[in-house]
Design a protein around this ligand. Structure first.
Ligand SMILES: *Cc1c(COP(=O)(O)O)cnc(C)c1O
Length: 428
C-alpha cells in the first residue's frame, strides 16, 4: 500500500503541531514510519488520505465498540447540533444519560460528566482525598490514568521507593504522594499500607489493565485490594475508562463481582465524542461541589452533542442482550486463529484476552504486570506491525497496547486478519 499523501500531510502537520500529532500514541515512534491520516471511517474500516481501506483494531483507542459512524450515534449528534452546540446551562439529555449509566453499573448512585478520561481520574482522586481526608495514593506500574501530574509516575525501583517523576514538569512534591506497586502484587500493596499507616486516600487501578497490553487481574487481586481499602479506611477507585461499557454492561465490577467506591469512565461512554465521567455512592458524591467542598467544574462538561452521542451508544448496548458475548466470541476466534498461525511457524508468543480486549506479546513469559509486559521482542513487533499494515490491517503502533474488537468486524474480516498473520509469520 502507498502512503504518499499521509506522508505529505504528516510533514505539514509537523511544522505546526509538535511531532505532527495531538496525542503522542498516534506517532509511529516505536515502530518507525509516518502516521496514517484518516479521511473517514465506517463500521470496521478506516479510509485513509491515500484511499487505502484498513481493517481497524484500534477503534479510536476504544470508544467505537459498535464500529465507526454507528448510525444511531451519528443521527443523535446531527439532530442535537441543529439545536445549538453548547449552553453552559443544564439540559435534559444529561439526566437521561446519567439515569441510564447509573442503572447499568452496579453500586453507583450518581455520576458527574467531564470531557476526558484524564479529567475523570484526576477528579476521582481529588474526591477520594477530600472524602478520606488523606493525601497519598497508590497506583500500579503500567496502569495509565490519563496525563494528570499525579499519574505520570512509572516503574523502576527508585520510583517505587521515592516516587521520582518520570515526566519532566511533574514536581517532586506531587510525585511523593503517588506510591507505586507492581500490578497483580497484593503483598506489595499491603507493604505500602503498612509503611504509610493512615495516609492512603485511595488505590486507583485499571481493574483489567489495558495500557501495558491487556493484563487481567489474577484471581483474588481485586478482592484483596477491596479488603485492604476496607481495613485502612481508603477509597478504591476503579479506572474503567477502557473497560466500562466494553467488557460488560456494568463493567469490571459486574464481571468480577467486586465493588469499587469510585468508578471512572471515558471512551465508550461518549460514543466517540470527548466525554469522561466519574461515579460513586451518594455518601461520596455529596462531597462534590456544589453539594460539598471538593471543587470540580467544566465549561463544556455535559455538552449536549457529547451527551446525545453517549446516550445513543449506551442505549444500543443496553438493548442488545448478546452484544458482549458476541464481542467475546469474535475476539476468541481471532485469538485462536492468530495463535495457530504463530505456533505453526514456531514464533514464541503470549496472547492475553478478556472480552473484546486482546494483546499479542512476543515473549515467552506470561504477561502479568509491567515488568513482564516489557520483556517482549520489540523488533519482532515492528515487523509484525508493518506486515499487517501492508496487508491493510491497522493495529496500535506500540507493543504496549490492547487491540479493541468492535462488533462491526465480520468473521471474514477476522479471517483476512488471520491470513495476514499467517503470511507474515515466516518473516518474524
Ligand atoms: C484512555 C485512558 C485514560 C485517559 O483518557 P483520556 O480520554 O485519553 O484522557 C484513563 N484511564 C484509562 C484506563 C484509559 O485507558
Amino acid at each position: 500500500m502507498k502512503y504518499q499523501r499521509s506522508s505529505q500531510l504528516f510533514r505539514a502537520a509537523s511544522e505546526v503541531i509538535p511531532g505532527g500529532v495531538n496525542s503522542p500514541v498516534r506517532a509511529f515512534k516505536a515502530v518507525g514510519g509516518t502516521p496514517i491520516f484518516v479521511n473517514k471511517a465506517k463500521g470496521a474500516y478506516l479510509y485513509d488520505a491515500d484511499g487505502n481501506r484498513l481493517i481497524d483494531y484500534i477503534n479510536s483507542w476504544g470508544p467505537m465498540v459498535l464500529g465507526h459512524a454507528f448510525p444511531p450515534v451519528i443521527e443523535a449528534v446531527i439532530e442535537k447540533a441543529q439545536l445549538g452546540t453548547s449552553f453552559g446551562m443544564p439540559t435534559e439529555i444529561e439526566t437521561k444519560i446519567a439515569e441510564l449509566a447509573v442503572s447499568m453499573v452496579p453500586n453507583i448512585d450518581q455520576i458527574r460528566f467531564v470531557n476526558s478520561g484524564t479529567e475523570a481520574c484526576m477528579s476521582a482522586v481529588r474526591l477520594a482525598r477530600g472524602f478520606s481526608g488523606k493525601e497519598k495514593i497508590i497506583k500500579f506500574a503500567g496502569c495509565y490514568h490519563g496525563h494528570s501530574d499525579s499519574f505520570l509516575i512509572q516503574a523502576g525501583s527508585g520510583a517505587v521507593t521515592f516516587g521520582s517523576p518520570n515526566s519532566p514538569g511533574v514536581t517532586e512534591g506531587t510525585a511523593k504522594d503517588t506510591l507505586l506497586a507492581p500490578y497483580n502484587n497484593l503483598e506489595a500493596v499491603a507493604a505500602i499500607f503498612e509503611a504509610n499507616p493512615s495516609e492512603i486516600a485511595c488505590i486507583i487501578v485499571e481493574p483489567v489493565a489495558g495500557n501495558m497490553g491487556c493484563v487481567p487481574p489474577d484471581s483474588g487481586f481485586l478482592e484483596g485490594l477491596r479488603a485492604l481499602c476496607d481495613a485502612h479506611g481508603s477509597v478504591l477507585v476503579f479506572d474503567e475508562v477502557m473497560t466500562g461499557f466494553r467488557l460488560a454492561r456494568g463493567g469490571v465490577q459486574e464481571l468480577y463481582g467486586v465493588n469499587a467506591d469510585i468508578v471512572c469512565f471515558g471512551k465508550v461512554i461518549g460514543g466517540g465524542l470527548p466525554v469522561g465521567a466519574f461515579a460513586a455512592r451518594h455518601e461520596i458524591m455529596s462531597h462534590l461541589a456544589p453539594l460539598g467542598p471538593v471543587y470540580q467544574a467544566g465549561t463544556l462538561s455535559g455538552n449536549p452533542l457529547a451527551m446525545a452521542a453517549g446516550y445513543a451508544m449506551l442505549q444500543a448496548l443496553e438493548s442488545d442482550a448478546e452484544v458482549f458475548e458476541r464481542l467475546a466470541q469474535k475476539t476468541e476466534y481471532l485469538h485462536k486463529g492468530i495463535a495457530a498461525s504463530l505456533t505453526a511457524h514456531n514464533i514464541t508468543h503470549t496472547i492475553n484476552r478478556i472480552g473484546s480486549m486482546i494483546s499479542i506479546h512476543f515473549s515467552e513469559t506470561p504477561v502479568v504486570d509491567f515488568e513482564t509486559a516489557a520483556e517482549g521482542n520489540n523488533e519482532r513487533f515492528k515487523t509484525f506491525f508493518h506486515g499487517l499494515l501492508d496487508a491493510g490491517i491497522y493495529i496500535a503502533p506500540s507493543a504496549f497496547e490492547t487491540w479493541f474488537i468492535t462488533d462491526a468486524l465480520t468473521y471474514e474480516d477476522l479471517d483476512e486478519t488471520i491470513a495476514a498473520v499467517t503470511k507474515i509469520a515466516p518473516n518474524l
